[in-house]
Ligand binder design. Structure first.
Ligand SMILES: [Zn+2]
Length: 94
């Protein structure tokens, strides 16, 4: 019996798709830069994904950047994260 095979395949493909989507590693952080929980240095999210840990101290615990000092601001700008930096700056009223 081959009747229903196409539907079965389609259903299977859909289930696979859903499963693949479900098992996709969830992005814990959406920011382009994070702060290492151990050495408190700023770490690029792309770098973190590549290395799997802080490239400076090897620590794996990261937290969101909530504040940064002037030196770190310059570092962020040198990483071309102007829009990220802008999120922390007061928006001028129109
Ligand atoms: Zn570190």
């Amino acid at each position: 019996m081959t009747k229903g095979t196409r539907q079965d395949k389609a259903a299977m493909r859909q289930a696979e798709h859903i499963e693949a989507h479900r098992t996709e590693p969830e992005e814990a952080f959406s920011d382009p830069v994070l702060r290492c929980d151990s050495c408190t240095r700023l770490v690029k999210a792309t770098q973190l994904r590549k290395v799997g840990a802080c490239p400076l101290c090897g620590n794996k615990r990261m937290r969101n950047v909530t504040v940064f000092d002037d030196a770190e601001r310059k570092q962020l700008l040198s990483w071309d994260m102007r829009s990220f930096v802008a999120e922390f700056e007061p928006q001028p009223d129109e």
